[in-house]
Design a protein around this ligand. Structure first.
Ligand code: AP5
Length: 230
């Protein structure tokens, strides 16, 4: 079956929106953002991914944030806001934008609001037991950075990337201790943003417990794009 993606005429141009993906660790923010990038050519930045790349390259910035990221704590606001500022400056503004994992606290939200307008904040809601299940089973390819899940989205061959045939590895912050810490940090610092954006009228609720394709259908519908199956 071929799937065609079609714009709905009567809504805002969904393929050029400025979106924030908010939600607990492992809710599928990165998975959905990558789908928007692949299928609708969105610009996608994951602040977590940028920080992990800096750590891998052993840059000064990487050295500075390594212990925060690996333990599941937030990196300092000054560092993350600098990354976002540089990225936003470098963008092709004709495309849609997904900020994945930024803002993550009220200070970062206020920083963003100073000179960037967000159309919608998509809140990926998922229960804690499912979060732990997803993160404990997550693996990724160190070469192409594609994410897999041993339970829900496994590679074709055991622990080997379908694309580059590299051995898949676990993220350093997907240990039981770091997952626990990330959840606590999320509940204390990031979850208050749900109310913040609700009050601003820009929050869209996404039920992240469904299968990947079903969650993507919700995303498309909420931002005004629809998928047509022929
Ligand atoms: P970051 O990389 O942003 O991690 P996170 O927010 O904890 O989110 P994850 O990447 O773990 O999960 P996700 O929601 O993207 O889920 P995914 O699609 O992978 O941040 C890492 C660290 O960087 C932070 O802890 C912090 O230290 C630092 N950092 C980042 N931003 C910062 C900021 N703004 N300020 C300060 N510090 C910052 O999916 C998870 C798994 O589930 C995968 O295996 C996937 O295949 C599977 N899956 C996805 N969707 C589904 C589905 N619908 N059904 C079944 N399985 C699914």
């Amino acid at each position: 079956m071929m799937v065609l993606l079609k714009k709905v005429d009567w809504v805002v141009q969904g393929d050029k929106m400025r979106l924030v993906f908010l939600g607990p660790p492992g809710a599928g923010k990165g998975t959905q953002a990558e789908l928007l990038k692949k299928r609708y050519d969105y610009n996608h930045i994951s602040t977590g991914e940028v920080l992990r790349q800096e750590i891998q390259k052993n840059t000064d910035l990487g050295k500075e944030v390594e212990s925060y990221v690996n333990k599941g704590e937030l990196a300092p606001d000054e560092i993350v806001t600098k990354i976002i500022k540089k990225w936003l400056k470098s963008l092709n503004n004709k495309k849609g934008i997904v900020l994945d994992g930024f803002p993550r606290n009220l200070t970062q939200a206020e920083y963003l609001e100073e000179d960037f307008s967000v159309d919608y904040v998509l809140y990926f809601d998922l229960e804690e037991n499912e979060i732990v299940e997803r993160l404990s089973n997550r693996l990724y390819c160190p070469q192409c950075e594609k994410f897999y899940n041993l339970k829900y989205n496994p590679p074709q061959n055991d622990n080997i990337c379908d694309k580059c045939e590299k051995e898949l590895i676990k993220r350093k912050d997907d240990t039981p201790e770091a997952i626990k810490k990330r959840l606590a940090v999320y509940n204390k610092n990031t979850h208050p943003l749900v109310k913040h954006y609700e009050e601003k009228g820009s929050l869209i609720h996404i039920d992240a417990s469904k299968e990947i394709d079903k969650v993507f259908e919700q995303v498309l519908e909420r931002i005004g794009l629809e998928e047509t199956k022929i």
